[in-house]
Design a protein around this ligand. Structure first.
Ligand SMILES: Nc1nc2c(ncn2[C@@H]2O[C@H](COP(=O)(O)OP(=O)(O)OP(=O)(O)O)[C@@H](O)[C@H]2O)c(=O)[nH]1
Ligand SMILES: [Mg+2]
Ligand SMILES: [Zn+2]
Ligand SMILES: [Zn+2]
Length: 1635
């Protein structure tokens, strides 16, 4: 036995079990319920060996040995628990959240493979109320006994006779007992409840074979509520519904004495069943594994109830009766037997052989009648003993039941039934289980409710519930906050969003008044002291873990008991009247809600207390005291308690409360905070809650009649093994109140309520189960309509929930086949509903249900048979029901696994809830929906897209700079090209440009494609915008192409212009060079030393002579007036003869001399005035002002362009004026939809701009001609010629001088030019990396925030009135500010400087190697090498080339040195330059680039002129985050001249009207503004505080602004005055979704 020494592990294991010594006394395990099958007991022998009670040798020696080795350390219980893998849970009890979690086993449906799988297998089935749950067996055992599987094909009689060896199998009762021993009170309750639903017997006395203790399972059975109809009520169709532990019923017990050949349990089963339905209430030996030896479950007393249904023909007993069954021999379980004798009406003792045991019976101090049940057919039956005992016990014949000779089971059972019926009818001893606790205590039996947590909790709960007399008045007194006040608050909240009763009142004032009323109601709520009940409640739920759970359960049960009587009656009535009388229904409905009181009401009150406290100052102690409530609730949620999401009575969500709870929950579980949501929707009382309970093992309230109110959510954990596949940590289950049918819809506003609820839950869910009872097709239609509508709305806001249709009560196996036609019909109906809903939501592109969501009639439909198998109350749950629900569950989980949707985080869920609910409060859901997740996703897309666009643009700039350089160098030494024709060269460049552009467009589109493939970041939410961005990319490319082509044209034009001049200059230079050479020859010929003066004289003579001889053609000035006039005419040519006439009325010379003024003479005749005291009227004055504003901005922009052109010092080209005219056209087009723009205005504006431009261009041309005059240019170089002449004559070395000259005149300007060209894109790129320039929305936000900090109304007005100008200046300021800090600017400059120096050095080195020997060629080579990077001035180069005798090598050396010097000087220069000057000199101006990007589509809100912020250029809808009061834009009330406070976001939901040019001056309702401005989307405020920013501004600067506008100040609504600048800032953040 040395090898059997227990290991450390075994010892420590053993220590966790206390009573291992006591094992000695454990009785032998006998399967005495089985008929004479005594060999079977041998199988249990190994366990008895150490007890020295079994004489027979164990058959299986090997097993016995191993058991022996552990005999000293392991007890019976211990070894079983170990077999079941439950040993750890003996101390650390199983909790609900563990057993309910969803794991891999949930979806694999694999049979149990080993014993340790069995408990879980059983639990899984039981939680789904599957009646086959007890049939647990390892597949391993089955298979090993299967001949075919093991390949035994020959005949073997031993195998046939001996049958499978059951010793390895576990008795179901052992598993059940083990599980009860290893579970906490709540799991026990849940198991008992589900077992009783399956009509399994449940444990009454739970034995512990180790401690030899047993426990009365009072708590465990507490949750069972039964409904039945005794004989007495069968006439009235009444029923009794009661908690079974308090029901006082007669109990009949069945026990066994010694060994018995009758199977007690099997007989009991027969006894309890009528012939129609047979069900195994008790496990017996003829059931699967029922014959396996019991290892720990002897001493278990089970209980079940027989409940009548009120039908004589069906009821076995007409009165309810409890039936107890004690497992094992009473000789070994005396305590249990005594207990039964004291509590039962009768005890039936089964025996074969009485003999000496009679003492046991006689000694009992029993109240119960004893019946002896024996099998006369058994060989061991002893008549004498029976006689002796019967006499001793004074029994009569009727107390002795014998299975006589030739009596079959059926007859025997009948006999028993009759006896019992007698007993029950005359019963005097009715006792509820609750009462049995005392007897248990007397007998030393523990009661499971004894623990202190349970007792304290009970006390706390009772303290609250005993106070309740009348529920309605109790609620009024103790839970006052959720009553009328909360309902009134709800109404106010909804009205705030719907503005149904605003009438002719000032909208913003009306809203402000509503807000004040709300504040008042909150004040009223705060004025209540916390009620006694609530303080007790909060205190109790603040208690630690398990006690809190007990408390809530006690509360739930107590409250249930209180309202059951009243409610079940009402519910029954409701169910009856449901289809009949509307008025009565309404009344019953009200009563139902008045008399229902559950824990949810207490939580609801808590929520209200919390929300009300938030309106108190932050420092208020009573507010601070309540801060912890959300966390408390979050913990409960985590423990698996449901919380109320929607308050069904008030039809509202306490948003602050729920979001705070969820945010606490998030804190508790972070980072494991991903969730998936499953919800159910359907007609009321169709078993929705039952379905969820069955599916997830949870406990939503279930009852017949209207039961669930509002919506509840609870959490289920996902086990680690499934987390990855599901990509989530918790499953959220939402149970909802039933949708009512159309008949009821006329009541109150129930239809609205239904729609709200459906939209909310569909919007929250990943999968929605739609529960339909097929029988009623109009009902079905109604709910489909509601549901489809909700789905459509979700599609429109970007959420894509999935759905499963569940058809209940369809039991035929062929249901799926047969219902093919029904499914088709369903789809047809769904399509029809889709069209109707689409029409209502004005989204008519949705034609069929599949447009709205992915749905396949084949996989999206489930048929579930009825819940009960047979006739309640004795009917067990239908196995088919449980299985079908299980299949559905698997499908749901698998769908969630396979859809790979990015699971929401808890906080995302909160955000969805808030935004959905806010949008629901509006009438127009889709248009009102604003959600920060969508906004976030959109923002990310915009940012990303901007990045792509900028990369594209930057690359195009580089390309363009390069191309321009090439064009500038075209035809000079610098550019060696095979193409000599500029036109052809241009074509070549253009086609190259097109290739680059296409490449980029493709790249952006690919990026976009890729972007939408992501699974993170909710990209699917912005799917609807994808096309907008694709179109934007295309437009962008088109615009880029136009711009590139235009620039190429201009560059070419300039080059062409210069070519002529260059030729003249070159000729002149050549001529002079020749002359100088001749002169040198001449002078040398004289062979005299010439003095400097003489040389000068000679040179001057030669110069004058030559210059006189040369011809200097005058450079021709174009007639710019004519040119521009022509272009203008051309531009307006398609506008008709009237325009021609207008044009000829005024010559351009006279235009643009004075500031632009527009009189609108022609227009004023056309319009009539309308007057209305309260409405803003369209008038000429305003119109003219608006047009002038447009004109101003256009003029500004044009002036900017002209100024830029002037700086380039080029000649005039027609392209310039064309560019300007094009710009005017674009801008006019943009304004067209808001203001009607008369042709007179257009013409006179264009004339004004052109007139001004002409004068500027004329000046520009004059400067250009002067600058490039050949004579002047030649003269400029005179001194250079002279110096060279002298050097040559004196044969001085020119190398160093020439190198310096070359560097100074050619390289330096070229390098500077290069740096300037390249800086623009760099700076633009740099600025875009900052937050404020990253997207349009952030840009707006930053401007507004900056304005707020400046608190300067002049700035505000500038922003509002001259938006473009303000923005441009602001951008410039920002650039300057940004670049002034740090050395960024210098870094850019230096980068380009270095790059050009590098190029120059490379070019020099390359030219050196070519060894041309000729300096001119050398220089030419250098220039050529740099041809596409630097533009070297031809003038300077020409001058340099003359009279050059420098040595190439020397020159190269010096050149390199000089370049070094130049680099140094330039760097020094860059260090000092001032940012503003640099910006001025840039070709690509960052401020313009940024402006173009950030102004976007350039549209402004047609009502308040807030700029559009949508991303990309081509968007279908313009939108802006923050609209402003119209008064800020000078709108006034016509009657009073006061500024208007109205904000577009409120106007569009009001019943007001507007009138403008676009409406052709007709009044048009704001609500349908989209008819007039179809591409605008003005969403109502996201929250009521969203426009606080502008409210603050207007309230603050009301007087100043009015002064400037020359109007009267606005009537500022009360609440506006209270907005602080902090709140204003917060509203800004909220509106722009900035965290
Ligand atoms: N006969 C039968 N009864 C069912 C079935 N499903 C549920 N029930 C019973 O119908 C009653 C109502 O079930 P619930 O689950 O509360 O129904 P619900 O749809 O949640 O009801 P509300 O929440 O009030 O709309 C309960 O008593 C269930 O036991 C079924 O398939 N057949
Ligand atoms: Mg329900
Ligand atoms: Zn607006
Ligand atoms: Zn826009």
């Amino acid at each position: 036995m040395t090898e059997t020494t227990p290991t450390m592990e075994e010892i420590s294991d053993a220590e966790s079990f206390v009573d291992c010594e006591e094992l000695e006394d454990t009785p032998s395990t006998l399967c005495s319920d089985s008929k004479g099958d005594f060999q079977q007991t041998d199988a249990s022998a190994p366990y008895n060996e150490n007890l020295n009670q079994v004489s027979e040798e164990p058959k299986n020696k090997k097993t016995s040995k191993t058991v022996q080795t552990s005999a000293h350390t392991k007890t019976q219980l211990e070894s079983l628990l170990e077999d079941l893998g439950l040993e750890q849970h003996y101390t650390d009890k199983l909790s609900l959240s563990t057993i309910l979690q969803i794991d891999e086993k949930t979806i694999t449906d694999e049979p149990a493979k080993c014993n340790s799988d069995l408990p879980w297998y059983f639990l899984k089935k039981l939680m789904m109320v599957n009646v086959v749950a007890r049939n647990v067996k390892c597949s391993f055992v089955c298979e090993s006994n299967c001949d075919a599987a093991s390949g035994k094909t020959e005949l073997n009689f031993d195998d046939l006779f001996n049958g499978p060896h059951s010793g390895d199998m576990l008795n179901p009762l052992d598993i059940i007992t083990a599980l009860f021993l290893c579970s906490d009170g709540f799991v026990q309750q849940e198991m008992a409840l589900k077992m009783s639903m399956c009509q399994f017997a449940v444990p009454l006395l739970l034995p512990n074979c180790d401690s030899k203790q047993c426990t009365l399972m009072l708590w465990a059975l507490r949750d069972i509520v039964k409904k039945y109809r005794p004989q007495s009520l069968s006439e009235s169709k009444g029923f009794i519904e009661n908690r079974i532990v308090v029901s006082e019923l007669p109990m009949i017990s069945f026990v066994r004495l010694g060994e018995c050949s009758l199977s007690k349990s099997e007989i009991l089963n027969m006894l309890l069943n009528n012939t129609q339905q047979y069900h195994n209430t008790f496990v017996h030996c003829n059931l699967e594994c029922g014959d396996s030896p019991r290892r720990i479950s002897n001493g278990l007393a089970e209980i079940t109830w027989y409940l009548p249904c009120g039908n004589k023909n069906m009821d076995v007993f007409s009165e309810p009766v409890a039936v107890a069954n004690l497992r094992g021999d009473i000789a070994s379980f005396e305590t249990q037997f005594s207990f039964l004798c004291q509590t039962s009406e009768a005890v039936f003792v089964f025996f074969d052989n009485l003999d000496s045991e009679c003492k046991l019976l006689i000694n009992q101090n029993h109240k119960a009648q004893i019946f002896l049940v024996g099998n006369y057919q058994s060989q061991r039956f002893s008549v004498d003993a029976l006689k002796k005992v019967a006499t001793e016990l004074h029994l009569t014949n009727s107390n002795i039941l014998l299975k006589a000779n030739h009596m079959n089971d059926a007859d025997f059972v009948k006999k028993l039934q009759n006896t019992i019926r007698d007993v029950v009818e005359n019963s005097k001893m009715k006792m509820g289980i609750e009462k049995m606790a005392d007897i248990a205590h007397e007998l030393g039996i523990r009661v499971d409710e004894d623990c202190s947590e349970c007792q304290t909790a009970k006390k706390n709960a009772d303290a609250i519930t005993t106070e309740i007399q009348d529920i309605f008045s109790y609620k009024e007194a103790q839970l006052p906050l959720q009553g009328q006040i909360w309902k009134d608050l709800t109404c106010l909240e909804k009205e705030e969003f719907r503005l149904r009763n605003v009438g002719s009142k000032d909208i913003e004032k009306y809203k402000s008044d509503l807000q004040l009323q709300k504040t008042k109601l909150r004040k009223k709520q705060n004025s209540y002291d916390m009620s006694n009940a609530m303080s007790c409640f909060i205190k109790a739920i603040s208690s630690p873990g398990i006690e809190r759970c007990y408390f809530l359960k006690w509360m739930r049960m107590n409250l249930d008991n209180l309202s059951r009587e009243k409610l079940s009656g009402l519910r029954e009535q409701y169910k009856k009247k449901y289809k009949e009388n509307k008025e009565e229904i309404k009344d019953i409905d009200r009563q139902l809600s008045n008399s229902s009181l559950g824990t949810e009401h207490f939580f609801r009150e808590m929520g209200q207390i919390y929300e009300a406290s938030l309106s108190l100052p932050e420092t208020d102690p009573s507010r601070q005291q309540l801060q912890h409530l959300p966390r408390l609730c979050a913990q409960l949620l985590l423990d698996g308690f449901p919380i109320e999401l929607v308050d069904g009575d008030a039809s509202n969500i306490p948003l602050r409360w729920v979001s705070d709870v969820l945010s606490q929950l998030n804190d508790l579980v972070c980072p494991k905070n991903k969730i998936l949501v499953v919800t159910v929707l359907g007609v009321q009382s169709t078993g929705k809650s039952t379905l969820l309970n069955t599916m997830f093992g949870v406990q939503f309230a279930v009852s017949s009649g209207r039961c669930t109110r509002g919506a509840f959510m609870l959490l289920i954990r996902i086990n680690e093994d499934l987390k990855k596949a599901l990509n989530c940590d918790f499953m959220v289950i939402i149970d909802t109140e039933g949708l009512k049918s159309q008949e009821l819809a006329q009541l109150a506003n129930s239809h609205e309520h239904d729609n709200e609820l459906a939209t909310l839950v569909v919007g929250l869910s990943d999968i929605t189960i739609i529960n339909i009872a097929m029988e009623n097709s109009t009902e079905m239609k109604d709910i489909l309509q509601i549901v489809v509508h909700a789905f459509l709305r979700m599609k429109e806001v970007g959420k894509k929930p999935k759905c499963q249709f569940v058809h209940q009560n369809v039991s035929d196996v062929s249901a799926h086949e047969k219902n093919l036609r029904d499914r088709k019909l369903l789809l047809e109906q769904l399509n029809e509903m889709t069209q109707a809903a689409a029409k209502m939501e004005k989204k008519e592109e949705n034609k069929s249900f599949t447009d709205v969501m992915e749905y396949s009639p084949d996989t999206g439909n489930w048929y579930i048979p009825g819940l009960w198998n047979g006739n309640p109350p004795m009917a067990p749950v239908n196995a088919g029901y449980s299985e079908a629900v299980y299949e559905l569950k698997k499908t749901i989980i698998q769908t969630l696994v396979s859809c790979e949707s990015s699971a929401n985080k808890i906080l995302d869920f909160t955000e969805w809830m808030k935004s959905l609910w806010n949008a629901i409060k509006h009438e127009n859901f889709i248009f009102s929906f604003r959600n920060s997740l969508v906004a976030d996703a959109y923002m990310r897309l915009c940012t990303e897209f901007n990045k792509w666009e900028w990369e594209f643009k930057k690359e195009m700039y580089t390309w363009m700079t390069n191309a321009e350089t090439k064009i500038s160098n075209f035809g000079t030494v610098a550019l060696e090209s095979e193409i000599s024709d500029m036109e052809k060269y241009l074509l070549l460049l253009k086609s190259e440009a097109c290739t680059v552009l296409s490449k980029w467009e493709t790249k952006i589109l690919e990026n976009l494609e890729q972007y939408f493939k992501q699974t993170e970041g909710h990209v699917y939410l912005v799917e609807g915008y994808r096309e907008d961005f694709a179109n934007s990319a295309k437009t962008f490319r088109r615009e880029m192409k136009n711009s590139v082509f235009y620039q190429l044209e201009v560059a070419a034009d300039i080059r062409r212009g210069m070519a002529g001049i260059d030729r003249i200059k070159e000729k002149h230079t050549k001529e002079l060079e020749g002359r100088v050479c001749t002169l040198i020859e001449e002078c040398r010929g004289k062979k005299v030393e010439m003095t400097d003066n003489e040389l000068d004289e000679e040179f001057d003579k030669m110069w004058n002579r030559t210059v006189n001889e040369l011809s200097f053609p005058e450079l021709k000035a174009t007639n710019i007036i004519t040119s521009v006039s022509h272009c203008l005419r051309d531009n307006l040519s398609h506008k008709g003869s009237y325009v021609c006439e207008l044009l000829s009325q005024k010559s351009l010379e006279h235009c643009g001399l004075v500031p632009f003024k527009y009189t609108a003479e022609g227009f004023s005749n056309k319009c009539k005035k309308t007057f209305d005291k309260f409405l803003k009227v369209f008038n000429i004055e305003e119109h003219v002002r608006a047009l002038e504003k447009i004109a101003d901005s256009i003029i500004d922009a044009c002036t900017q362009v002209v100024t830029d052109k002037m700086k380039r010092t080029n000649n005039y080209h027609d392209t310039y004026i064309q560019e300007i005219l094009h710009m005017i056209d674009e801008r006019l087009k943009n304004n067209q939809d808001v203001k009607s723009i008369e042709i007179e205005f257009e013409v006179s504006l264009k004339q004004h701009i052109c007139g001004d431009a002409v004068r500027q261009f004329q000046k520009m041309q004059k400067d250009f001609l002067h600058e490039n005059d050949p004579y002047r240019c030649l003269s400029q170089n005179k001194e250079k010629f002279r110096a060279d002449f002298k050097d040559l004559f004196n044969e001085q070395d020119q190398c160093q001088k020439k190198a310096e000259e070359f560097t100074e005149c050619c390289f330096r300007p070229a390098v500077e030019d290069f740096v300037n060209r390249s800086l623009g894109p760099d700076i633009t790129g740099e600025m875009q990396t900052s937050f404020e320039f990253s997207t349009r929305m952030f840009f707006q936000y930053s401007i507004l925030l900056d304005l707020l900090s400046k608190k300067n109304y002049v700035k505000y007005l500038k922003y509002i009135r001259s938006y473009e100008k303000y923005v441009k200046e602001w951008i410039l300021d920002r650039i300057v500010e940004h670049l002034s800090n740090g050395s960024k600017m210098f870094e850019f400059e230096d980068k380009h400087l270095q790059s050009s120096i590098r190029s120059i050095n490379n070019a020099i080195n390359k030219a050196k190697t070519e060894k041309s020997g000729n300096l001119k060629t050398f220089v030419k080579n250098v220039c050529q090498e740099l041809g596409d990077k630097l533009v070297i001035s031809q003038d300077a180069l020409g001058a340099f080339m003359i009279l050059n005798n420098a040595d190439q090598e020397q020159f190269a050396h010096w050149l390199t040195e000089c370049v070094k010097d130049m680099e140094h000087t330039l760097r020094e220069k860059f260090k000092e330059t001032n940012i503003q000057m640099i910006l001025q000199a840039l070709h690509v101006k960052p401020q313009n680039e940024l402006f173009i990007k950030l102004i976007g589509c350039g549209k402004q809100c047609p009502f308040c002129e807030a700029p559009c912020e949508a991303g990309g250029k081509e968007h279908k809808e313009h939108c802006t985050s923050l609209h402003r009061p119209e008064g800020l834009g000078m709108a006034k009330w016509d009657g009073t001249g006061k500024l208007v406070t109205d904000i577009c976001t409120s106007l569009v939901i009001s019943d007001g009207c507007f009138q403008c040019n676009a409406t052709k001056s007709e009044w048009h309702p704001y609500k349908s503004y989209t008819d007039i401005f179809p591409d605008w989307r003005i969403a109502p405020d996201k929250s009521l505080e969203a426009s606080d920013y502008w409210k603050y501004v207007l309230a603050k600067f009301n007087n100043e602004i009015a002064d400037i506008y020359n109007l009267k100040p606005a009537d500022i609504p009360e609440t506006w005055k209270k907005v602080t600048d902090k709140q204003a800032e917060a509203s800004l953040k909220e509106s722009f979704n900035i965290k």
